[in-house]
Write a new protein. Structure first.
Length: 527
């Protein structure tokens, strides 16, 4: 249909180029260099192009604001070519790629795609000699990357004419980014012949895609565009893990909506908007769930925990950096009973999940926090062992009645022999009685840190009794960056509401309550 429309509009060379572009992409992906990624080849490009054109086809839109044939072609071509960069790899054999190589390719591929389009537009099949068309296709394709989107906006805003026609580059980029995000379903998780083992991040993404049966774009009244996801509940798959996957999908969609909504709405002169009330409809399947590693599930839990943090991105990076340096990290913040006023416990949750998703062993105790200080050092040690028993099949729990000193010896021995990084975590340690806090700091933690690759993260309100720790760094969790708060709230509320709430200068726990209220409203709207 698009090719016919191009011919009818006198854009015959654009119509003729479409078959060449399809063939080029097909041949480009004939040999998958990186089989451990979910599918980014021709079928993915076809679906993204379909989603993009469907998403941009707003019913009852005044004619002046509908996409022109040229704009639809640019959107289509960008969709077909946006992932070429996933094939731009070094000559390093697949099995020898490091985690850094993997991350670099994933994050840099939008830029590499744009470079391929700019350098080899003729070979790709774009009309020869039309440098303006090539540039706009390259930049719309580049902007599909979350890390590149904002960076591409100045160019796309300035570059408004191709073939003497107006082109709304920012709008096209917004549509492509959402269409790419919407291609979630199981077809992307097909096993490719010769696929290498999946690392935990790739396994988590493959699991996400296997769970999705279908994605839909729905045009509502008033120009609102809504999304619906149908997920499959596999036999034997834990219900809480399925809910974690649903949350991961929806939160990512909301982040992308918040990122692109201005360009999307402005591009249609306010006649269209994106709904944050994403609908997830689970369907009971009959297939048995494949074996899934705990590490892959922890990747998903970690992403969700990080997503729930109000602001604190910079604080979280500081914590991760200190942990990598094997410091003893003390997160300081206030409690009001069990209310985490400043977010220190949420940060600890996110860190534990991040470390375990990366393969670390964790010894995690929250008993002092959960009992409002009515726990002892012995309770902390015993909970460390309980957590280790639950998460590490290789650990043999000490018999009932074992003395705390002997439990500590067993934990130290496992820490030394595991050959993996170890995270030792405990909440509200400052509420332990003075002598018991001293024993935890000067005996238990010191023994742990003498052996193996051990990091320590504690939370506290009062740090006086913790200054005796070696290599300690205190990280406060009180300050919030208002722009980061606004960015967070934009996932759940339109810009005017998010702006007003961010300007209110509320605290962490207050913003958590606001988010909960917004989520209730979105749930009611989606129902």
């Amino acid at each position: 249909m698009l090719a016919d429309d191009c011919r009818e509009a006198g854009l015959v060379d654009l119509a003729d180029s479409m078959g060449s572009i399809e063939q080029y992409v097909k041949e480009w992906w004939a040999d998958h260099h990186l089989n451990w990624f979910t599918d980014h080849g021709l079928p993915h490009s076809e679906r993204v192009a379909e989603y993009a054109l469907q998403l941009a086809n707003i019913p009852n839109l005044p004619g002046a604001y509908q996409l022109t044939t040229l704009e639809r072609y640019i959107l289509w071509a960008s969709a077909y070519l946006h992932d070429l960069g996933m094939q731009v790899v070094t000559s390093t054999p697949l099995g020898e790629l490091t985690a850094d190589d993997y991350a670099r390719i994933r994050h840099e591929h939008p830029d590499q795609s744009a470079l391929e389009i700019m350098r080899n537009g003729d070979e790709i099949g774009l009309p020869k000699g039309d440098s303006a068309l090539r540039q706009i296709v390259a930049y719309v394709a580049r902007a599909h990357g979350t890390e590149y989107y904002a960076e591409c906006m100045p160019f796309l805003t300035r570059f408004q004419k191709v073939r003497n026609q107006r082109v709304r580059g920012p709008l096209l980029a917004a549509v492509l980014l959402m269409a790419d995000e919407l291609d979630l379903h199981y077809e992307r998780a097909k096993i490719v012949r010769g696929r290498a083992f999946l690392n935990t991040i790739s396994e988590a993404h493959a699991l996400k895609h296997r769970s999705v049966l279908a994605c839909g774009v729905h045009h509502m009244s008033g120009g609102e565009v809504a999304f619906q996801i149908e997920t499959q509940r596999l036999v034997g798959f834990p219900a809480d893990a399925a809910e974690d996957i649903d949350e991961w999908i929806v939160e990512k969609l909301r982040r992308q909506i918040a990122m692109v909504e201005k360009e999307f709405s402005d591009g249609f002169a306010g006649y269209a908007s994106l709904s944050r009330a994403v609908v997830v409809r689970p369907v009971e399947g009959v297939m048995t769930a494949p074996p899934i590693s705990a590490a892959a599930l922890n990747v998903i839990k970690s992403e969700n925990a990080r997503s729930r943090l109000i602001d604190h991105d910079l604080v979280f990076r500081d914590i991760c950096r200190a942990v990598e340096e094997r410091k003893v990290v003390v997160l300081t913040g206030r409690l009001d009973g069990l209310v985490d006023v400043d977010g220190r416990e949420d940060l600890l949750d996110a860190l534990v999940l991040r470390m375990t998703s990366g393969g670390a062993v964790s010894l995690d105790s929250r008993c002092v926090y959960e009992s409002s200080g009515a726990s002892t050092a012995s309770d902390v040690i015993r909970q460390w062992e309980e957590h280790l028993t639950a998460t590490e099949p290789g650990y043999v729990r000490t018999p009932p009645g074992t003395a705390v000193e002997d439990i500590l010896k067993a934990l130290v021995a496992y820490t030394e022999s595991s050959g993996r990084p170890v995270l030792v975590a405990a909440s509200s340690v400052d509420e332990l009685p003075g002598e018991e806090l001293h024993w935890v700091c000067s005996t238990a933690l010191k023994r742990m840190r003498r052996v193996g690759d051990v990091s320590v993260v504690l939370t506290a309100s009062n740090v006086g009794g913790l200054r005796e720790l070696d290599d300690v760094v205190f990280i406060p969790t009180i300050e919030l960056d208002r722009e980061q708060v606004r960015t967070h709230l934009l996932r759940y509320a339109a810009a005017p509401t998010a702006d007003a709430e961010a300007r209110a200068l509320l605290g962490y726990s207050a913003y958590k309550r606001l988010r909960a209220e917004h989520l209730i409203a979105l749930t009611e709207e989606s129902a």
